[in-house]
Write a protein that binds this ligand. Structure first.
Ligand code: ADP
Ligand code: MG
Length: 476
């Protein structure tokens, strides 16, 4: 049988497949297209320069061994890089450069040094006449690594963030997904990464954006018929930081556009940083293909800080504000406020304010009062407003959606649950509940309560909603 590019490449793939993880195979080898076989040289087409560099860096040995098996000791591999022009996608062209193993493949498997001339590779990207557009980073310089206190609870996420900042797009933490509960420092860390990159690489385009704002922009762009501009804008960015991606849940249009932007950035070796209040496995209503992208890099959790870290965070803040506070007061706060750094700071601010307004000392009794108030506040009586917030958050929608007129099933259900809990947990009348939840009348609320009662008896999933929401509303 005569060998063709396809047959040779397929044999190589069989060998490669057996030697790497399925995910890696899928990501890095499935997209490759064999192009031509000329003597001992096989040309393969790869989707981007980044792709090519990745193969050379991570899989060159494997490629070499498999090729030698097929084509003998003089085997050569030539890459055909399909360059997608960033500025106009119908202008794709091809640039060829040989693999670093263009020298005859060494059968001992010794790695041939990567003799790639980077300048040569960059050339195709220099597009005459087009300059990089200056993009405001939207970063908050007060959120930096210096004042992000390290502790066991955040060590992994913090170091991964540092690594990414040192080498944006150049680590396997791409995307870096930082997840964790409210007030644990996701936004702070996300900014810190951006700030550090801007500091180290002033020429890189960094953009911080919340996923809500991203969604709004996208919707606007569809309205104004500028969807392509929107996409192109995001594809030009070197480091894209998207905060709170859980808000993309259920928004299929936005997810779709984000998927394409993500792929483009990733394939071109650009860095993506994401934050979320949940681990990818727990995200609901996010498309599978997007979730699988989220899992490509590293997911690092921010946990609630331990006692020592809480003390350090407090001390750091006091130092910065130039305030002296007795040790026992600091410890009292750290001991009682455990699960939210924002609250920790809140107590401190109140305490400082109280003490200075009333010319009081930082006494333990004053501290106790304030901490008590904070702790009580978090256990305050539930209001209809709060119920709507908790229910919409639970279903990953915003309150406006919950209140809207839509008849989509999952939104109707969320609305009915909000009505049900309002009836059960507040003293408000049916009419007043209806008025506050999207201006419905009392009959609608009554109907909702009955529906929830019925469904929780007959539908297991629904019962789980009721139970979990009860938990959340009782212990929030
Ligand atoms: P999230 O986005 O997770 O809800 P934030 O990033 O907004 O939380 O953090 C809440 C507050 O706590 C911010 O003021 C932030 O500066 C502070 N904070 C969180 N973690 C740390 C930390 N490790 N060191 C110092 N400050 C922190
Ligand atoms: Mg945040």
């Amino acid at each position: 049988m005569t060998k063709t590019a396809e047959t040779v490449w397929n044999s190589c793939l069989n060998f490669i497949k057996d030697n790497i993880k399925p995910q890696a195979y899928k990501t890095w080898f499935e997209p490759i297209v064999p192009v031509i076989l000329k003597g001992d040289g096989l040309t393969i087409q790869v989707p981007s320069k980044f792709f090519y560099e990745w193969l050379e860096e991570h899989y060159i040995k494997l490629l070499r061994v498999s090729l030698v098996k097929e084509l003998g000791n003089d085997a050569k591999l030539i890459y055909d890089v399909k360059m997608e022009n960033t500025y106009s996608s119908n202008n794709a062209h091809t640039v060829k450069f040989p693999s670093s193993n263009r020298n005859p493949i060494n059968s001992q498997g010794v790695t041939v040094p990567l003799g790639i001339d980077k300048r040569e590779l960059r050339n195709p990207f220099v597009i005459p006449g087009i300059q990089k557009i200056k993009i405001e980073s939207q970063l908050n310089p007060n959120y930096n690594f210096d004042n992000f206190i390290e502790g066991d609870s955040n060590r992994l996420a913090r170091s991964a963030g540092m690594a990414v900042a040192n080498k944006p797009g150049g680590t396997s933490f791409n995307p870096l997904l930082v997840y964790g509960g409210v007030g644990l420092g996701k936004t702070h860390l996300a900014h810190a990464i951006g700030v550090e990159i801007k500091d180290k690489y002033p020429d890189k385009t960094v953009l911080y954006i919340s996923s809500e704002k991203f969604t709004q922009q996208y919707i606007e762009s569809v309205k104004n018929n500028t969807r392509n501009d929107f996409i192109h804008f995001y594809q030009m960015i070197d480091v894209l930081i998207v905060d709170d991606v859980q808000f993309l849940s259920g928004k299929t249009g936005t997810q779709d556009v984000f998927f394409h932007i993500f792929n483009h950035l990733h394939q071109n070796g650009k860095q993506v940083v994401l934050t979320s209040d949940k681990a990818p496995v727990d995200m609901q209503d996010i498309e599978q293909r997007l979730l699988s992208r989220f899992k490509w890099g590293l997911s690092a959790e921010l946990q609630a800080p331990d006692f020592e870290t809480r003390i350090l965070i407090l001390e750091r803040k006091l130092y910065r504000d130039g305030v002296d506070m007795p040790k026992d007061v600091i410890e009292y706060i750290a001991k009682h406020i455990k699960s939210n750094v924002r609250e920790l700071e809140g107590v401190l601010v109140s305490l400082i304010a109280q003490a200075s307004f009333n010319k009081k000392e930082f006494s333990l009794s004053l501290t106790r009062q304030i901490v008590d108030k904070f702790v009580k506040n978090t256990k305050r009586e539930v209001s209809i407003e709060l119920i709507q917030k908790v229910v919409s958050k639970y279903f990953d929608m915003d309150v406006a959606t919950l209140q809207s007129k839509t008849r989509k099933r999952h939104i109707v259900q969320a609305r009915q649950l909000a009505m049900f809990f309002s009836k059960r947990m507040t003293k408000a009348s049916l009419a007043s509940i209806g008025a506050q939840i999207g201006k419905r009348d009392h009959a609608t609320v009554l109907h909702a309560c009955k529906t929830v009662d019925n469904l929780s008896e007959t539908d297991k999933q629904f019962r789980k909603y009721v139970e979990e929401l009860t938990q959340k509303l009782t212990f929030q």
